[in-house]
Write a protein that binds this ligand. Structure first.
Ligand code: G4P
Length: 535
């Protein structure tokens, strides 16, 4: 891993903009098991950030992924926590933001997506577009994030490549514009046709993909001699794609109407090199970010950033709490005093880190697009803006409609203080949403989650980190609507309905089922019951 060596206080527009232009900040979105951890590992390998593949993967039998650190994650082989990997490639500085793979943590993933400028949509060649991919795709589309598609696992039998292109276009509405085209069908992957140059990039298998795959560039004539029919078929299919308008066009990619497609096998390190090149060549660099009023904060303006992730307990020995910032403008310099837009209070940034799993290094300087982890940032919450000199507040990050609810109680009533501290902490990190009501009392708040596995994380952390084991009692509510104070009494008088309050004062009416909601709306046409953002 390398950090950018830039000295001096670059407050003038020039150097900041130049540094920002070098940045590529992106995340990989995929359905679990499509190969996200493997791709992350392979990308890092190609950038020589990690000497040997296998150091970043956390599945059983493999070495632990650098982006996984909670023991629960290791047991389960899932990645709950997010980290950011920074490395240089060619002249670019790549920030790869990790997203949790499991659907239950999609809220976390959505927050990470607020901090990237592009995303890689990773597909399993045999499965195509899966439900979680589609959900995440919808978020990218909503946010206007340009997408690069990587069809993974081509070393295994899978769908027909042309059919996959149709599937992408039909399901996402994006024009699938392959940059490379596979030579050899799924399971007999020999290399790819580089559609821009017409050349053949031949791959040589390596044992378990342990080192970067040697790639050999051959002329079309050499390719034909070497691969025969497999090459001719690839060329013909490439012509067919051109005839149907599936050629790459930068503008359509940037405006979100087309997705360039690459083929590869992450486990064999095939095609990952090309993915990095494409990211550097076409993925957008950070740009001015609009504030709450819609006014763009120019890259060259004084420092500003927002918190997209708060994570505690990453290091059991230190019990610390990190707030991850995405820098939006200006230069971040460790030690600088910034202001929190939420409280107006000053905030010292003495301990700023770059975090990639267990690896941490101090960050001295960061530019727009970079991610900085601020240690012991207990005053910071997800969505908060930090700025220097010139006030700015970025729009809040959306919270999602919870679908699972449970009352939480301390197992040991004598440990109420630890219990309260832990619950507050989990709430501010966004691990779960914490809802309260006078009726239930402070000892028995309600936890609300998008996916039930969030409860497991909460339980685990209350026990191991806050030394306050808890009991959870699931409630039968399945969805929530926003309401206002004048309707609380009316709603609470209905069966299967209850009004609870978020930390920020927002009132949520929770319902056991849709029929109750519909019935109430029919009886009381004026009632305020606003839908929340669906996950
Ligand atoms: P995820 O983070 O998206 O959940 O997926 P992950 O990288 O963990 O990969 C899921 C499985 O798919 C792993 O197998 C991994 O080795 C395999 N895989 C990833 N990329 C490729 C590829 O390009 N080709 C093939 N054939 N397989 C690939 P596993 O059986 O779960 O783990 P392991 O036994 O391989 O360690």
């Amino acid at each position: 891993m390398s950090t950018t060596a830039v000295s001096g206080t670059a407050t003038a527009g020039g150097p900041v903009v130049a540094e920002a232009r070098r940045r590529r900040s992106f995340a990989v979105i995929s359905h679990p098991d499509a190969g996200k951890s493997t791709v992350t590992e392979a990308l890092a390998l190609h950038a020589r950030a990690i000497a040997e593949a296998g150091t970043v993967t956390g599945k059983t039998g493999r070495r632990h992924t650098v982006s996984d650190w909670m023991s629960m994650e290791q047991d389960r082989g899932i990645s709950i926590t997010s980290a950011a990997l920074q490395f240089t490639y060619r002249d670019a500085v790549i920030n790869l933001l990790d997203t949790p793979g499991h659907a239950d943590f999609s809220e976390d993933t959505y927050r990470v997506l607020s901090a990237v400028d592009a995303a890689v949509m990773l597909l399993d060649a045999a499965k195509g577009l899966e439900p979680q991919t589609m959900k995440l795709f919808a978020v990218c589309k909503h946010r206007g994030i340009p997408l690069i598609t990587f069809v993974n696992k081509w070393d295994r039998p899978g769908k027909d490549a042309l059919e996959l292109m149709d599937e992408i276009t039909e399901q996402t509405g994006l024009i699938a514009a392959p940059l490379t085209w596979p030579v050899g069908i799924g399971g007999d992957f020999r290399g790819v046709l580089d559609r821009a140059s017409g050349q053949y990039v031949r791959y040589t298998r390596t044992a378990g993909g342990a080192t970067a795959a040697p790639e050999e560039v051959l002329t079309p004539e050499q390719a034909e001699a070497a691969e025969g029919d497999a090459w001719t078929t690839a060329v013909e299919e490439g012509e067919l794609l051109s005839a149907t308008g599936a050629d790459f066009d930068l503008e359509s990619f940037l405006d979100g109407t087309a997705t360039p497609v690459l083929f590869g096998s992450a486990v064999q390190n095939f095609g990952v090199h090309a993915l990095l090149d494409v990211l550097v060549d076409i993925a957008p660099a950070p740009d001015a970010r609009p504030d709450v009023s819609g006014r763009p904060r120019e890259l060259s303006e004084p420092f500003s950033a927002f918190v997209f992730k708060v994570q505690a307990g990453m290091d059991a020995a230190h019990r610390d709490r990190l707030a991850f910032l995405r820098v939006c403008s200006g230069v971040f310099e460790r030690g600088m005093v910034v202001t929190s837009a939420a409280t107006g209070r000053p905030f010292t940034t003495k301990y700023a880190q770059q975090v990639f799993g267990r690896d941490r290094s101090s960050v001295d300087t960061a530019f727009p697009g970079d991610v900085v982890g601020l240690v012991n940032a207990s005053a910071l919450q997800v969505g908060d803006t930090l700025y220097s000199e010139k006030l700015v507040a970025f729009p809040p990050l959306p919270t999602f409609a919870p679908e699972h609810f449970a009352v939480v109680r301390a197992e040991d009533a004598g440990k109420y203080k630890q219990f309260r501290r832990g619950i507050e902490q989990l709430d501010s990190e966004g691990v779960v949403q914490v809802l309260r009501s006078d009726i239930r009392g402070a000892q028995a708040p309600v936890l609300a989650a998008v996916g039930p596995m969030q409860f497991e994380v909460a339980e685990h952390r209350m026990r191991t980190e806050f030394n306050s084991p808890v009991r959870l009692e699931r409630l039968s509510y399945t969805f929530a609507r926003r309401t206002t104070a004048e309707w609380v009494a009316t709603l609470n008088s209905q069966s299967g309905v209850e009004v609870l309050q978020r930390e920020n004062g927002e009132l949520l009416a929770v319902f056991a089922d849709k029929f109750r909601l519909q019935w109430i709306q029919k009886q009381l046409p004026d009632i305020v019951l606003e839908p929340l953002v669906a996950a």
